[in-house]
Design a protein around this ligand. Structure first.
Ligand code: 5GP
Ligand code: ZN
Length: 113
């Protein structure tokens, strides 16, 4: 996707602080962190949102959670706890139309709605 900022990060057209990468998934630090640990875990396949996940993406979405688990341990937030957030659409405040999973931790997180 030409105009997608996360596709550009995936293609290394724009720099990011990558903390994990394999053939299918990349994870990098959020440019505007809202917690001491704020990483975005992103499938390399351009899926616009939760609503666009298809049957063939099931295994990929499962793998995302395996990466999240690994990163939570590596980044030292597994014991105290963390949050995984995926915004979808306008009311949720989704700003980047390439599905991503915010991994947040390192402090007591407020519940906001
Ligand atoms: P959303 O609001 O769509 O759930 O989350 C998008 C996230 O992407 C935001 O937290 C925002 O700070 C982050 N973001 C937007 N542009 C960039 C960028 O160019 N690089 C990085 N590392 N993060 C970005
Ligand atoms: Zn994309």
């Amino acid at each position: 996707m030409e105009d997608c900022i996360f596709c550009k990060i995936i293609n290394k057209q724009i720099p990011s602080q990558i903390v994990y990468e394999d053939d299918e998934i990349i994870a990098f630090k959020d440019i505007e962190p809202v917690a001491p640990v704020h990483v975005l875990v992103v499938p390399k396949k351009h899926i616009a949102s939760v609503l666009e996940i298809s049957e063939e993406d099931k295994i990929l979405i499962g793998k995302i959670y395996t990466v999240i688990q690994k990163l939570a341990i590596e980044l030292g937030i597994d014991k105290d706890g963390f949050r995984v957030v995926t915004n979808c659409g306008e009311n949720a405040g989704q700003t980047v139309k390439h599905i991503h999973f915010h991994l947040l931790g390192g402090k007591k997180l407020a519940l906001t709605m």
